[in-house]
Design a protein around this ligand. Structure first.
Ligand SMILES: O=C(O)CCC(=O)C(=O)O
Length: 268
């Protein structure tokens, strides 16, 4: 599934879409499990219900999530796209946007939110419902990862305290206002159906519009993986979900800790 041409496209653009990477039935099963959480009342500090439902890092406590992240085709897809010899699971991140909501995903890069440095860090965004640009499909500033610029991570709307840690990033520049001058940027976006995936690197700028005109919810699961060149960098202002007190390695070392970052794929 992962040709040299696709790898080069990922390296050039920062993001690629792979149609039908996952069986739609697996996507439906993940969404059914998420619906149990959505309908339940066991919210965690990471749960956000503004305009839909979002939560992260479910895999350590939810075997169905671990199986999807670790035992599906996804680790190999991302490992090969990163040209890594291995892929370790970092975390799963659910983004469900209600029908008719004005909630958006602001333009951002991912890696500034995370306690890592390196290039081989990527997300696999799995479409759990169909969507297109106007119904909140993810958009990318093509090639923006290559500029070497790190912008300030910001909260996604009113997140109920789940990203209080971001207040410590004020020395970084704010993201330019891409929506104010979209023609100044080359934007990439795909129409997707359940089972399609978009793989993108930690430094590419991305965001998503609201779902205001849609009568269906928009659901996606973004799974984060790290590869060979990544090192632990637990600087202030990064997500404390997995923090320096929890891990068995030191800052500057690769995250070789199977408890928090299980090795879910190796080449050969
Ligand atoms: O699906 C979305 O709206 C946001 C996804 C995202 O920003 C991510 O996976 O990093």
């Amino acid at each position: 599934m992962i040709s040299e041409e696709l790898i080069q496209q990922y390296e050039r653009d920062g993001a690629v879409c792979i149609k039908g990477a996952i069986d739609p039935a697996s996507a439906a099963s993940v969404l059914a499990n998420l619906d149990v959480l959505i309908d339940g009342d066991n919210d965690r500090w990471t749960t956000i219900r503004e305009g839909g439902f979002s939560d992260r890092h479910l895999w350590p406590t939810m075997p169905w999530m671990y199986d999807f992240c670790a035992k599906s085709a996804l680790p190999e897809i991302v490992g090969r796209l990163m040209r890594s010899q291995a892929a370790r699971l970092y975390f799963d991140h659910t983004f469900i946007r209600d029908a008719g909501t004005a909630q958006t995903t602001p333009w951002h890069q991912d890696r500034p939110y995370w306690p890592f440095l390196g290039k081989q860090i990527a997300s696999v965004w799995v479409a759990l419902t169909a969507c297109k640009k106007a119904s909140s499909s993810l958009q990318f500033v093509r090639g923006s990862h290559a500029a070497g610029k790190v912008y300030r991570p910001i909260p996604f709307g009113n997140d109920g305290g789940s990203s209080e840690f971001l207040g410590q990033n004020k020395s970084l520049d704010l993201m330019p206002d891409i929506d104010a001058a979209p023609d100044d940027f080359e934007l990439l976006c795909w129409d997707v159906v359940p089972g399609d995936v978009i793989v993108f690197g930690g430094d590419v700028i991305h965001g998503a519009s609201d779902n205001a005109e849609n009568t269906e919810r928009r659901a996606a699961l973004s799974i984060r993986y790290v590869g060979d060149d990544v090192i632990w960098d637990p600087r202030p202002g990064t997500d404390p979900m997995v923090n320096d007190d929890m891990v068995s390695f030191e800052p500057g070392e690769p995250p070789h800790d199977d408890k928090w970052f299980p090795n879910v794929w190796s080449a050969g």
